[in-house]
Ligand binder design. Structure first.
Ligand code: PHE
Ligand code: FE
Length: 280
């Protein structure tokens, strides 16, 4: 059953993935046998470059779990990663043709299924691609799914986002709830920093899969690095708009995944109401 493609931001480009292959829940097979020698080589080269950049910049949990992705010189099979991931934290990878709509995306996360794009960028896009591809999804997000607290947080986010969607579209009509939560996702799961031994280290997938932003996020004097510890910080984060095509400013810094889990555990409904009033 064909589903509609999703395009990131405003764009004239046609969608990249083959949405005709997708099931009703937007998942599709990885189709590992269709990768070309060039696809495997792109992955191997991206992996090698990025791995060499990690020391002193990526958080330790990420560095420790990265080898669990398996193959480094070819694109790994999702099923091989699942054989390790499922017993470790109960998560599994599912293929998707690219970006998928909000509700199917949140639903998969709430079921501990992580959607991974099944195509990889072209050599011309080696240094930068706006939309997430297989390398971003796999290298950036999946190693930390082996961390129990991070893994629990992503599922809680999926459930919380379904709730936010219901609040927005149900009788409560809290406008912008999903947008507020997507900002939190952006500043944590995609571009978050973690305080480790007094130093900032990256745990956000958008940083970890970027050759330029990894060092920039940790070492550049330019961006603000704001704490994400208190409910007031959380509200500030959810009120902060972001750009998808430049290095981030500000970054938000957490103390641990357990602290993030605790900070986001309360019912967000009053937060959404407060921010809705502030935005009006
Ligand atoms: N606890 C939040 C709520 O009840 C949901 C949430 C969980 C949001 C985890 C972000 C991360 O609405
Ligand atoms: Fe991502």
């Amino acid at each position: 059953m064909a589903v509609k493609p999703v395009i990131y931001g405003q764009s004239d480009r046609p969608p990249r993935g083959d949405y005709a292959q997708a099931r009703e829940d937007y998942t599709c097979d990885q189709q590992h046998s269709t990768y070309t020698a060039q696809d495997h080589s792109t992955y191997a080269r991206l992996y090698a470059r990025q791995q060499a950049l990690l020391p002193g910049l990526a958080c330790q949990g990420f560095i420790d779990s990265l080898p669990l992705l398996g193959a480094t010189d070819t694109i790994p099979r999702f099923e091989d990663i699942n054989a390790r991931l499922l017993p470790a934290t109960g998560w599994q990878l599912v293929g998707v043709p690219g970006l998928i709509p909000e509700v199917p995306f949140f639903t998969l996360l709430s079921e501990r299924k992580f959607p991974v794009t099944n195509w990889i960028r072209t050599p011309a896009e080696f240094d930068y691609i706006v939309e997430p591809d297989l390398f971003h999804d796999l290298f950036g997000h999946v190693p930390l799914l082996f961390d129990a607290s991070y893994a629990d947080h992503i599922q809680a986010y999926g459930k919380g986002a379904l709730k936010a969607h219901a609040l927005e579209h149900g009788p409560a009509q809290i406008t912008g709830a999903v947008e507020m939560l997507s900002r939190l996702y952006w500043y944590t799961i995609e571009f978050g920093l973690l305080r480790e031994g007094g130093q900032c280290r990256a745990y956000g997938a958008g940083i970890l899969s970027s050759s330029g932003e990894l060092a920039h996020s940790i070492r550049s004097p330019e961006p603000a690095r704001l704490p994400l510890q208190t409910p007031a910080d959380l509200l500030h984060c959810m009120a902060s708009r972001y750009k998808i095509d430049t290095y981030q400013n500000p970054y938000f810094v957490i103390d641990s995944f357990d602290a993030l889990l605790a900070l986001t555990a309360p019912d967000f409904t009053p937060y959404y109401r407060q921010l809705q009033v502030a935005a009006a």
